[in-house]
Ligand binder design. Structure first.
Ligand code: ADP
Length: 271
């Protein structure tokens, strides 16, 4: 089996997360098969591909979020910080602290803007200056100027784009090393989307980011590396299963992909 790894990344930045022959099933149905990928540290990696090819499934495998789905099982290894995230002694709660996640639909807590940030930090045992943490997290999420005078107001009082930035601030406050984003802009207007994309450029100075996006222009704008997933059926008797077709620098995926299927997808021939 070929191993579509972005090898040049490994030497320059180091590998943050390494997927080694990862297959994931829901019950008896295999959703994605045989994924090998070295996700580079301190970069933005985008997952693209047609609906149902397993992008979100693989993303959730990176912080054991799939553990929360009944019947979901994984084979293979996901190495983070020299450890298999799925090894028996590894605590999934600690994994999710170090590898945070932002979802498609903004989901602030039914609490004040301040508490949206302070709550998780407190639960995680943060003992420092909470006001300072709240300000720092909101600043990193480019939301401080808009919220500094109304920190006691409900998170729900913010616009959709602001709520999504609040969720990003909440994730940052836990001080993760990696931020996973599952179509974080798909519910947002173009201006809010642009703000989040600009913020991602800033965030990658301190974090590794992995983003699932159905928007190819967004992948080009925000990512350094891109993985193209596809879904195929090998025989009449087999149901469709997703796989990683190609993983490389974003520029290569969009300008000179090695695989015909990648070329067809990025030029809009299917999807
Ligand atoms: P993508 O993100 O590329 O659209 P997904 O990872 O959501 O793809 O889905 C991959 C496959 O796994 C699809 O066939 C989908 O129906 C299936 N799947 C995803 N989530 C679940 C779930 N919670 N239970 C059962 N099947 C699921």
């Amino acid at each position: 089996m070929s191993s579509p790894q972005a090898s040049s990344s490994s030497s320059r930045n180091g590998v943050c997360l390494s997927l080694q022959d990862v297959s994931i099933s829901y019950g008896s149905k295999e959703a994605v098969r045989g994924v090998y990928m070295d996700i580079p540290r301190g970069q933005v990696t985008a997952f693209i591909g047609p609906s149902g090819c397993g992008k979100s499934t693989v993303l959730r495998a990176l912080n054991r979020m799939n553990d929360l789905i009944d019947g979901c099982s994984i084979k293979g290894r996901v190495i983070f910080d020299e450890q298999d995230l799925y090894a028996r002694h590894v605590d999934p709660v600690e994994v999710r602290r170090r590898i945070g996640m932002v979802f498609q639909k903004p989901n602030p807590f039914p609490k004040s803007i301040y508490e949206n940030i302070a709550f998780g930090a407190r639960v995680n045992g943060y003992k420092g200056d909470m006001d300072e943490l709240v300000e720092r997290s909101l600043r990193k999420a480019a939301l401080w100027d808009e919220t500094k005078d109304k920190l006691k107001e409900s998170g729900y009082a913010l616009s959709g784009g602001q709520q999504q930035r609040l969720c990003i601030a909440r994730t940052i406050a836990i001080e993760p090393e990696v931020i996973l984003m599952d179509e974080p802009c798909s519910a947002l207007d173009p201006i809010s989307t642009l703000k989040i994309e600009e913020m991602m450029h800033e965030l990658k100075k301190n974090y590794t980011i992995v983003i699932v996006t159905h928007n190819m222009q967004q992948a080009v704008r925000v990512s350094d590396y891109t993985g193209f997933f596809n879904v195929s059926q090998r025989s009449d008797r087999e149901s469709k299963v997703g796989s990683l077709v190609e993983f490389a620098e974003t520029e290569q995926i969009f300008n000179a992909p090695k695989e015909q299927a990648t070329q067809d997808y990025v030029t809009g021939r299917f999807g």
